[in-house]
Design a protein around this ligand. Structure first.
Ligand SMILES: CC(C)(COP(=O)(O)OP(=O)(O)OC[C@H]1O[C@@H](n2cnc3c(N)ncnc32)[C@H](O)[C@@H]1OP(=O)(O)O)[C@@H](O)C(=O)NCCC(=O)NCCS
Length: 179
């Protein structure tokens, strides 16, 4: 496992979180309980902070990075991810915010300052441009992303199911490591 401090900031991880041996986590990063970081994920909180809430999974090959405070961006862009979020394989999350109970489709790109509100499905391979706001309760899809339709009751229930499925899976991995 490559967990490294940078500029005197050490990643902080709940004892109940799972970080795979092949993930890289650097700097000002918080990972809350029951969350999971899977192989080949990079979480690089070197020039701003990254917060990952509870029961959130960041799946294989995803990259999370931030934007610094500077002349061209006085506020900078941290990354803030809420609770019960499923981030599919090979997503790229850059300087963005994602609220609770979202599913971020495989291979999606979310750019600086974008805000994904709660209870959203973002279709696989979508691109969310800088500062775009995705309103709660909808399927969003495409490059650039568009609002497609309201989520069904079943899909809203699936968002919790998906998060919980990964909570159970990461527990199995943590137990496996100890044995
Ligand atoms: C978008 C999604 C939610 C399906 O929504 P849906 O309303 O059930 O859509 P359907 O499967 O009925 O497909 C409807 C149309 O959208 C197209 N479509 C489906 N997913 C698409 C995607 N990600 N990007 C572009 N088009 C897509 C289909 O080809 C179909 O096109 P057609 O009408 O021309 O044949 C799903 O395909 C998806 O991307 N889910 C994300 C899965 C994921 O990444 N999970 C994380 C893994 S852990």
């Amino acid at each position: 496992m490559a967990i490294r401090s940078f500029a005197n900031k050490e990643p902080r991880m709940s004892e109940l979180a799972y970080v795979d041996e092949m993930a890289v986590v650097i700097g000002d990063v918080d990972i809350d309980e029951d969350s999971s970081i899977w192989p080949m994920v990079v979480v690089r909180g070197d020039i701003n902070s990254i917060r990952i809430g509870k029961r959130t999974s960041i799946q294989d090959g995803s990259v999370i990075h931030v934007n610094h405070v500077g002349e061209f961006n006085p506020a900078g862009n941290p990354v803030i991810i809420g609770d019960d979020v499923t981030v599919g394989h090979k997503a790229l999350l850059h300087g963005c915010q994602i609220a609770d109970r979202c599913l971020i489709g495989m291979g999606s790109i979310i750019m600086d300052g974008a805000f994904v509100e709660s209870d959203i499905i973002l279709g696989a391979g979508s691109l969310v441009p800088r500062n775009k706001v995705l309103h709660s309760g909808y399927l969003w899809l495409g490059n650039p992303v568009e609002k497609i339709r309201a989520l069904t009751e079943n899909e809203l229930r699936f968002l919790r199911y998906s998060a919980n499925y990964y909570v159970q899976l990461q527990r199995r991995y943590r137990l496996d490591k100890k044995s």
